[in-house]
Design a protein around this ligand. Structure first.
Ligand SMILES: Cc1cc2nc3c(=O)[nH]c(=O)nc-3n(C[C@H](O)[C@H](O)[C@H](O)COP(=O)(O)OP(=O)(O)OC[C@H]3O[C@@H](n4cnc5c(N)ncnc54)[C@H](O)[C@@H]3O)c2cc1C
Length: 381
């Protein structure tokens, strides 16, 4: 497969949602692309561990713009991309205790241009969400623009789209060396060396380590552990009527999931890049917060898991060419929003990699490209 005479146009390193989506866009645009993944299973790390939420009001401004710009793809993917719709609508509610009203006010102010969001008082909140413990919350923001994402269908759809357009996938191929030659990058893997004119760093929690390997600038990426688990719903409770419920200060969230409750303490604990596992303390904190907020008594914790959400200082993603080494493109720092923003971010990155202008529908959502560049103020160490 690797061919020393004819380098690939682009090598994408990391086959999570970021790598798979940009690889598919590049191959569709006619580039000769190799997608290189260290694990045997693409999606094994953060992509396979998400809560699968599409929320255009969640995250910093550039993420919200990219998430809105992704809606077109989610609702109208290419023919044959997925067998079922990628999004299923679900209401979302950000609840506030009396001591959190300032945060609710600030969020309402920040989202004043979001037409799907409205503020509701305590009576309306308890009428719509009787599972809340009496007296716990006093007000909320209700959003009707949220959906659940079929993450597996999205990820598999991109991988299929990539292969159908001639893309090459290598698994069990950890990249161990990156050197820039006269004409192309030399990429070392245990399966042999690969050459490519451009490299995309879509290595998730490992992105700064990969950048270091290439001699690129550091972006100051911090992987942060987030834990989630499933518990039974109260006996006889129809979870289909439940909204996704998020504490306004992100101290927890609860989401109905196939008749059960997916709950999380919404923790952000720094970790080195690794195959992260849930921590007993995270689970105990989660159960405590959920039992204080809802009429729920957790008898048994089912299938806890954890994943790494990787952030730079301003929590916006990093997409753009290195200013230090030629032909090295950052696609990192998607934090807790990398699934919902993937289609828009992949289209953005593919256009830049192919030397084309930023797609109009992305600019129309008011993305300022400078806010996601690797040389913006405040990044790095
Ligand atoms: C609990 C939890 C809940 C979340 N909920 C949501 C949500 O509701 N909505 C949302 O949009 N986002 C959510 N996220 C965030 C989302 O999952 C991430 O932003 C997204 O998956 C990041 O994708 P990625 O491709 O950058 O990273 P990854 O999926 O981690 O992919 C990076 C890949 O690079 C590979 N790699 C690394 N180094 C090398 C190397 N040297 N050689 C070869 N391969 C390498 C890794 O093996 C990995 O497969 C959540 C995350 C967590 C943990």
């Amino acid at each position: 497969m690797p061919n020393a005479e004819h380098p690939f146009d682009v090598a994408v390193i990391g086959a999570g949602i970021a790598g798979a989506s940009v690889a598919a866009e590049l191959a569709t645009a006619g580039a000769k692309v190799v997608l290189i993944e260290q694990e045997s299973q693409p999606g094994y790390h953060t992509t396979g561990r998400s809560a699968a939420v599409y929320s255009p009001i969640y995250g910093p401004q550039p993420i919200r713009a990219l998430t809105r710009a992704s809606l077109l793809f989610f609702e109208n993917p290419p023919a044959g991309f997925a067998e079922r719709p990628l999004l299923s609508p679900i209401d979302a509610v950000f609840v506030a205790r009396a001591d959190q009203l300032d945060q609710l006010d600030a969020m309402e102010q920040e989202l004043s241009d979001a037409s799907t969001v409205s503020r509701i008082d305590q009576d309306a909140l308890y009428e719509r969400l009787p599972l809340l413990r009496e007296g716990y919350a006093v007000a909320a923001l209700w959003d009707t623009g949220t959906s659940e994402i079929d993450v597996a269908a999205l990820h598999q759809g991109y991988l299929r789209m990539f292969k159908e357009h001639g893309g090459t996938v290598m698994t069990r191929a950890p990249v161990t060396g990156l050197t820039h030659g006269a004409e192309a990058w030399q990429i070392a893997t245990p399966q042999g060396d690969i050459r490519a004119r451009k490299v995309v760093n879509a290595a998730g929690a490992w992105a700064d380590a990969l950048g270091h390997m290439a001699g690129a600038e550091r972006i100051g990426l911090t992987p942060k552990r987030r834990t989630a688990l499933m518990v039974a719903a109260p006996a006889g409770y129809d979870t289909r009527s439940l909204p996704l419920t998020i504490d306004v200060a992100e101290e927890f969230y609860l989401k109905p999931d196939a008749g059960k409750l997916l709950i999380s303490p919404a923790n952000e604990d720094p970790e080195p890049p690794c195959d992260v596992q849930p921590d007993e303390m995270d689970i105990a904190i989660c159960v405590d917060r959920i039992e204080r907020a809802f009429d729920v008594s957790v008898k048994r914790v089912e299938s806890p898991w954890a994943g790494l959400r990787s952030f730079v200082a301003d929590k916006s993603p990093v997409a753009g060419f290195s200013r230090k080494v030629d032909g090295f493109y950052w696609l990192a720092g998607q934090g807790g929003y990398g699934i919902q923003s993937a289609p828009g971010l992949a289209q953005y990155a593919a256009a830049e990699l192919m030397g084309k202008p930023v797609p109009e529908h992305i600019l129309a959502e008011r993305l300022d490209p400078q806010t996601i560049q690797p040389d913006r103020e405040g990044l790095g160490l």
